[in-house]
Design a protein around this ligand. Sequence first.
Ligand SMILES: [Zn+2]
Length: 400
Amino acid sequence: MKYILVIGDGMADYPVPELGNKTPLQMAKKPNMDSIAAQGRSGLIKTVPDQLLPGSETAICSLLGYDPKKYCTGRGPLEAPAQGIKLAENDAAYRCNLITEKDGVIRDYSAGHITTGESTKLIAAINKAFGKLGKIEFYPGLDYRHFLILRNFSKPELIHCIPPHDVIGECISDVMPEAKSPEVEKTARLLRELITRSSGILRTHPVNLARVKAGKNPGNLIWFWGGGKKPDMPTLKEKYGLNGAVISAVDLVKGIGTYAGMKIINVPGATGLSNTNYEGKADAALKALEDNDLVVVHVEAPDEAGHCKDYALKVKTIEDLDKRLLGRILNGVKEPYAIAISPDHPTPIKTGTHARDPVPFAIKSPSLKPDGVKVFDEVSAKNGAFGLVKNEYLISLLIS
Ligand SMILES: [Zn+2]
């Protein structure tokens, strides 16, 4: 028996007025997701515990069976392994976004989705100016997503950092990292200074001058968030006896997969955006199923469309995911299988940021009789046989 979990990041939504008060999932043509719902069972699942902030870090830990309250130590430590960054027990890892600042205000959390080629040069300049090996280390990641590692700083949870996508339009001075306890004041000040001083390095960098000239948002400030220490997670093999592989463009998902002991499969052309290589991911999934019990395929594109409040793009990403990825997997899979489709969390068009509402899911498995639900979306899933799942993980439902 093979198990497949397809995650459409941020795919769930609220009714969108411009879509006739339908959600993007309701609006999209998605015969393959609908067939999973029609031939299997649906439900809504709570992926974000009340105490935690909604985001892929909490929601994907939860989908994969890891209690986010215990293992979700922050975006920084969860994403770092995907870039080959090794963390010791007492190191703190932070996400370091390249963002766009204008007139003291945060304008863009992604610096216009700056490319990896461009941002790698900017982070190298930052590391050259501020890095101290063994103390303060900057590492480049994908697009706008980079890392700051503070070696031997063991109290990252005591510094309050705000994700830049939650404070678009806010004054920088109002949302800077703050110490929650005097013992970390010195480090909090260091983080604020690094952010402020990064402007001097980045503003005049040739990469940014070229971006401004081309009418694109420059990566003219760094921003720290998601700080934490590495989690001590049991592997999927230890928990469920499964060999797993994960396919994603996004460091967070690869990092969680790494801690879970899964094989990380990198697909050329997988971008984390709507131009991603859907077919390549499907083919990689089919290949991975040959020697793994569980394959997790993650598509970031609907989340990014949600952050951009672009409802038409969100519908398109769902249709592409359905036709070009899911359909290709369903057509190509040879062995007996169970498959689940689910968002991690909603990224509603209305708010442009993550929400904590339970998400719709559907599972098709030889051991499950259909429940009468015919299509896959937020409203239909309410009537599914699983009902509202609060205390179980999607992976447990998939493999049981
Ligand atoms: Zn997101």
